[in-house]
Write a protein that binds this ligand. Structure first.
Ligand SMILES: NC(=O)C1=CN([C@@H]2O[C@H](COP(=O)(O)OP(=O)(O)OC[C@H]3O[C@@H](n4cnc5c(N)ncnc54)[C@H](O)[C@@H]3O)[C@@H](O)[C@H]2O)C=CC1
Ligand SMILES: O=C([O-])CC(=O)C(=O)O
Length: 326
């Protein structure tokens, strides 16, 4: 077997962690032939619970799990990591917006960005799941001056998967029939799933459904799905968030074979999105490098929706600037 890939997970004793770690260890990220070493970061009071999770990992005897290290010091846990999944952060409760978490969670990402800057392996890929994910990624990126900005992504793959599943259900087709779908903007209720560049078995998705369904049902349902899950479960989404975190990182590491996926990445100014904001775009990945899909002809409706969501990102950026986090 090859050298193990070192993958860090923060918030490893939390809800998402409990779904994520077992799938990482069993080969869902890298396949059955690549060993993985897990580096798990938690706050000190959660280390005991994390020890219990590690006992369970041991008890699975996963052939691909080459080792597990746990700790509360980011510089030790992130030492030499090839990939980092930054999940550890407070989840919102019913009635809160994700942006309400900025004051509590934002500071986590200054220290973790700085630690990754110091000790991560060259070429490290860092994916922020902890909310508000886009702006937390922006904070980590701005606290890691020696790492390429492209090392930092945020998770909008869960929104992408939700959007794909909902469209497939509506049209009574398998999810595999849906291609080219992408979420634009922020992982909040302003996000925009674009059906004008989505195809379903070769037809434009927007032509297969009513305009009113898109604006009044589809977009708001996708955008507020996280809140609907909190209302139903009393807790925020966890297994589906872990699944999306793996989908995003797997595609980033191994490529998308030309398929379009939604990734929140630092904007290079494409489509008028202010450079440096971490915004969701349609992306493809090859050879470990993501690219924003260029040259899409956006209609006025799409342009307005994207601009509104990007304005939220800019407002969050201004808020964390005022808090001295970037
Ligand atoms: N981007 C997305 O699509 C989604 C994001 N989320 C977000 O993911 C985050 C985690 O959610 P859950 O696992 O449900 O929360 P949780 O509360 O069950 O677990 C969070 C864990 O993070 C740990 N933690 C807190 N500060 C830390 C630090 N400085 N370093 C390391 N660990 C730390 C806590 O001790 C806790 O064990 C939340 O912010 C949630 O809103 C959740 C679902 C989807
Ligand atoms: O809604 C939340 O707070 C958790 C989350 O990000 C999601 O499920 O999309």
């Amino acid at each position: 077997m090859s050298t193990p890939v070192k993958v860090a997970v923060t918030g490893a004793a939390g809800q998402i962690g409990y779904s994520l770690l077992f799938r990482l260890a069993s080969g869902s990220l890298l396949g059955p032939d690549t060993p993985i070493e897990l580096r798990l970061l938690e706050v000190t009071p959660a280390l005991k619970a994390l020890e219990g999770v590690v006992m369970e990992l041991d008890d699975c005897a996963f052939p691909t799990l080459a080792g597990v290290e746990i700790g509360d010091d980011p510089e030790k846990v992130f030492d030499g990591v090839n990939a980092a999944m930054l999940v550890g952060a407070m989840p919102r409760k019913e009635g809160m917006d994700r942006a309400d978490l900025l004051a509590a969670n934002g500071k986590i990402f200054t220290g973790q960005g700085a630690a990754l800057n110091k000790v991560a392996a060259e070429g490290v890929k860092i994916l922020v799941t902890g909310n508000p994910a886009n702006t937390n990624a922006l904070i980590a990126m701005n606290n890691a001056p020696d790492l390429p900005k492209e090392s930092f992504n945020a998770l909008t793959r869960l929104d992408h998967n939700r959007a794909k599943s909902m469209l497939a259900k509506k049209l009574e087709v398998p999810v595999t029939s849906v291609k080219g779908l992408a979420i634009w903007g922020n992982h909040d209720d302003s996000m925009y799933p674009d059906l004008f560049h989505t195809s379903v078995d070769g037809s434009v998705a927007a032509d297969l459904v009513d305009e009113a369904w898109i604006t009044e049902t589809y977009i708001p349902t996708v955008a507020t799905r996280g809140g609907a899950i909190i209302k139903a479960r009393g807790l925020s989404s966890a297994a589906s968030a872990a699944n999306a975190t793996i989908d995003h990182m797997r595609d980033w590491l191994l490529g998308t074979n030309g398929e379009v996926v939604s990734m929140s990445v630092p904007s290079d100014g494409s489509y008028g999105v202010e450079e440096g904001l971490v915004s969701s775009f349609p992306c493809t990945v090859s050879d470990g490098t993501y690219s924003i899909v260029e040259g899409l002809d956006l209609n006025d409706f799409s342009k307005e929706r994207i601009a509104a969501s990007v304005a939220r990102l800019a407002a969050e950026r201004d808020q964390v600037k005022a808090l001295g986090l970037i």
